[in-house]
Design a protein around this ligand. Structure first.
Ligand SMILES: Nc1ncnc2c1ncn2[C@@H]1O[C@H](COP(=O)(O)OP(=O)(O)O)[C@@H](O)[C@H]1O
Ligand SMILES: [Mg+2]
Length: 272
């Protein structure tokens, strides 16, 4: 049983020691990694996925339950406790979605009779995250960016069912992010998101701040920040609605903005 992951700090790009030397993540934690482009966010995610042991350019080490992880995790894909959803999702597979997921379900699951049920659950989950439903007979190579991300998140949660899920820059993908987080939170896992999305950041327990290849700071989401979550959610929903109207060839009207006026900070405080 995985209870914690620990990141032991190494060094940044200029071989300077990292400001934060130890981070412990507990089961159920949702964590964001933030920082400018090139600051080392993807590199940190990759260190975790590789179970870095001082053997990557960052010299970081990853511990599971306080110890060096078992080699089994690395060597047996069915036992790997980490699912990584990367920024790059170009599939080489031209298989229909149903067949692709079925193969994956049979590799991951000990009980092959459950494969069809897992595929159905994965499709149902994915279709709650994307506006354009994934048809099981679509080929993997035909999916849009949003459909691909939605399917990968669903696959990580249901077919991989790993205790640790890493997502690199999920916000570019055109999926319902709050819905994704709500659905994922129902599973007891450690989630690590690379994101600058205020909505996801404010729903995280804390953020890991990167600069120049180093982990420089940990920021816990405090009560004051959580107060803003409602306003941020409201703004974000309003923008999504505007985006949808534009996408479907509609005109914007004054009424499209009335929703925004409802949530001034004072009213939000009263609401909470
Ligand atoms: N601690 C480090 N030591 C050496 N090189 C690093 C370190 N962190 C990041 N890099 C390098 O910096 C570049 C940008 O890092 P990357 O993780 O892709 O940034 P981001 O995802 O924040 O845009 C990559 O070439 C990466 O190998
Ligand atoms: Mg990156």
């Amino acid at each position: 049983m995985i209870k914690t992951i620990t990141i032991l700090g190494g060094e940044g790009k200029a071989d300077t020691a990292e400001g934060v030397q130890r981070i412990d993540l507990n089961m159920g934690d949702v964590v964001s990694i933030v920082g400018p482009t090139g600051s080392g966010k993807t590199t940190l995610i990759n260190d975790i996925e590789l179970f870095a042991d001082g053997n990557t350019p960052t010299k970081r080490r990853i511990l599971i339950n306080g110890e060096r992880p078992s080699d089994l995790y690395r060597d047996d894909p069915a036992r790997n406790p980490i699912a990584l959803i990367t920024q790059h999702t170009n599939f080489l597979s031209d298989l229909p979605v149903r067949v692709f997921l079925g193969i994956h379900a049979r590799i991951r699951s000990a009980d092959n009779s459950r494969a069809d049920a897992l595929v159905a659950q994965t499709l149902a989950f994915a279709n709650q995250l994307t506006g354009e439903p994934v048809i099981p007979d679509n080929r993997m190579t035909e999916l849009s960016g949003g459909q691909t991300r939605a399917l990968l998140i669903a696959d990580a949660a249901i077919i991989c069912n790993t205790p640790i899920v890493l997502l690199d820059e999920v916000e570019n993908a055109g999926i319902h992010r709050t819905r994704a987080l709500e659905l994922l939170r129902q599973y007891r896992k450690i989630f690590i998101f690379v994101t600058h999305d205020p909505r996801i950041a404010l729903l995280s327990d804390f953020r890991i701040v990167m600069r120049n290849g180093c982990i420089t700071q940990i920021i816990h989401t405090d009560a004051a920040e959580r107060q803003f979550a409602l306003t941020v959610g409201c703004l974000d929903d309003a923008l999504s609605r505007l985006r949808d109207k534009i996408r479907f060839g509609k005109h914007l009207e004054k009424t499209d903005f009335t929703e925004l006026e409802r949530f001034t900070p004072e009213r939000e405080a009263a609401f909470l």
